[in-house]
Design a protein around this ligand. Structure first.
Ligand code: DGY
Length: 420
C-alpha cells in the first residue's frame, strides 16, 4: 500500500503541467477537464495543499463572464484532440469548450478545508475560489433551470461526464445528425475502439455541439433549442450536494447566498418527482422529448450522496444497490449487468469507474457504514490489483482506457488516507 501511495502521488505529479493536471499522461485527454481537476485537487490535498488550490484556481481562471465553468480548458493548443479549441471556438481568457460538467468543486473544497489548516495567504485564495463557485452555481440556477423547477438540465451528454451511458440512448436517437458532417476522431486510435463510444455517438455529439456553437453558446437560447435537454438524476444529486456543501463553506466565512439556500429547498422537494414509487428507483427525464428514461445506471444512486432527508427511500435504494451487480467480484458496474444496454467493456455502458464508487461510498457513510466500508475495501482491492486506470471490468478488474489515470490515483489517496 505504501508503495502505491507513492505511485499515486507520482502519477499526479507526472500528469501535472503549468498549474493544472491532465486526466492522463497519454494523448487521449491533452487538456484540463472540469470534474477531473476537482478529484485531482482532493488527491493533491494529501501531500501538497498549494497544488490542490492551484488546480482549482486554474480551472476557475477559465470561468466565462456569465459564470459558467467550462468542461474543458485548452491550455495547450497544439494537440490532436477532437473537438479541439477551434472546433469549439469559444472561451474567456483561456480557450475552452462551450459546455460544462458536474459542479463538484464546492464538495471537494469542503473536504479539503475540513481536514487541513490553511494559512492566511491560502484563506485569501480560498475566498476568491468560493466567490467564483457561487457565480458558477447561480449560473446553473439561472440558465439551466429557467422555470425554477429545482432541477437543472444538461444540454450535451458530455456535460454529464458519463458520455455514452445508455441513459442517453433514447434522447440521442432523436438527435438528427448534421448533413455533410466532417471531423476526425483521435480517441479511437489511442484506445481499443471497442472500449470507446461508437462513431454514430460521435456524429451526434458533434451535431449537438455544432448546434450550440451556431447559437454562440447563448445560455438563454440554447436551453430552448439544444438538440439534447435532459434532467439527470446523477447530475442533479451532485448539484444538490454541492449546493449544501457550498452553504457550509459560506457559513465558515460569514458569507450568504439566499439564492442558493432557497434553491436547495426547491430541489429537495422536487427531486422526489424523479422517484418512481413502483420501481422504487430514481430515473432521469428527457425534457426535450418529455419522456422518463428507465435505465438502471449506477449514477442514479448518486442521490445517496445528496443526503436526501427520507429514510424510507434511502433504505429502499440501498437494498437495490446491494443487488446492482452482487454476483461479481468487483462493483459497481456503471450499468446493471442484466439490462439490455449493458456492455462489459464499452466506456460508460458497463465498466466500473472509481469516481462512481467514491460518491456512493461517501454517501453511505452516514446511512449504512458497514456497506460503505465494504465499497471502499473492494475499490481499493480493484485498484491495487491493476493500478490507476480509467475503468475496469466487474469480473476481474481488467484495466481499460487510459493508463496513469489521475482521478483513480487521486481518489485512491482519499480512500486509503482519509480517517473514516
Ligand atoms: C472525451 O473526449 O471522451 C471526453 O469524455 C469528452 O468530454
Amino acid at each position: 500500500m505504501r508503495n502505491l501511495i507513492n505511485r499515486a502521488q507520482k502519477t499526479l505529479l507526472g500528469n501535472r503541467r503549468k498549474g493544472y493536471t491532465l486526466p492522463t499522461n497519454n494523448k487521449l485527454y491533452p487538456a484540463q477537464w472540469n470534474w477531473d481537476s476537482a478529484f485531482i485537487a482532493l488527491g493533491y490535498s494529501y501531500f501538497n495543499l498549494n497544488h490542490a488550490l492551484k488546480e482549482i484556481t486554474t480551472l476557475l481562471d477559465g470561468q466565462w463572464k456569465d459564470g459558467m465553468v467550462p468542461h474543458i480548458l485548452f491550455h495547450d493548443t497544439n494537440t490532436n484532440y477532437y473537438p479541439n479549441y477551434t472546433a469549439w471556438n469559444c472561451g474567456n481568457k483561456i480557450h475552452s469548450s462551450g459546455i460544462t460538467q458536474p459542479p463538484i468543486l464546492s464538495t471537494i473544497l469542503k473536504l479539503i478545508l475540513d481536514k487541513n489548516k490553511i494559512s492566511n495567504k491560502q484563506t485569501k485564495e480560498v475566498k476568491k475560489i468560493v466567490k467564483k463557485i457561487i457565480r458558477f452555481h447561480e449560473w446553473f440556477i439561472k440558465f439551466r433551470d429557467p422555470k425554477k423547477t429545482g432541477l437543472v438540465s444538461i444540454l450535451h451528454p458530455w456535460e454529464s461526464g458519463y458520455d455514452n451511458s445508455p441513459i442517453w440512448d433514447e434522447p440521442m436517437e432523436k438527435v438528427t445528425i448534421e448533413k455533410n458532417l466532417k471531423y476526425k476522431r483521435a480517441d479511437n486510435k489511442l484506445v481499443n475502439p471497442d472500449h470507446r463510444p461508437l462513431n454514430i455517438d460521435y456524429d451526434r455529439y458533434v451535431s449537438i455541439k455544432n448546434n450550440l456553437r451556431k447559437k454562440k453558446y447563448n445560455p438563454k437560447k440554447i436551453f430552448k433549442s439544444s438538440l439534447f435537454n435532459v434532467v439527470d438524476v446523477g447530475f442533479n444529486s451532485l448539484f444538490l450536494k454541492a449546493n449544501k456543501d457550498l452553504i457550509q463553506i459560506l457559513n465558515k466565512f460569514n458569507l450568504k447566498s439566499s439564492k442558493i439556500s432557497n434553491y436547495i429547498k426547491i430541489t429537495e422537494k422536487n427531486i422526489l418527482k424523479l422517484y418512481d414509487k413502483k420501481k422504487e428507483a430514481f430515473y432521469s427525464k428527457d425534457i426535450r422529448n418529455k419522456k422518463k428514461i428507465y435505465v438502471p445506471s449506477i449514477t442514479n444512486y448518486f442521490i445517496l450522496f445528496a443526503d436526501l432527508n427520507n429514510d424510507l427511500i434511502n433504505k429502499k435504494l440501498i437494498k437495490s444497490l446491494k443487488n446492482h451487480n452482487k454476483n461479481d467480484k468487483y462493483f459497481f458496474s456503471s450499468i446493471k449487468p442484466n439490462h439490455k444496454s449493458f456492455e462489459e467493456k464499452r466506456y460508460w455502458r458497463g465498466p466500473i469507474w472509481v469516481n462512481c464508487n467514491w460518491f456512493i461510498y461517501k454517501g453511505l457513510m452516514n446511512k449504512d457504514n458497514s456497506f460503505s466500508k465494504k465499497i471502499k475495501r473492494k475499490t481499493i482491492q480493484m485498484i491495487e490489483a491493476n493500478g490507476f486506470h480509467e475503468y475496469y471490468t466487474r469480473k476481474s478488474a481488467k484495466p481499460m482506457g487510459a493508463k496513469n489515470f489521475s482521478w483513480s490515483a487521486a481518489l485512491y489517496l482519499d480512500l486509503v488516507l482519509n480517517k473514516n
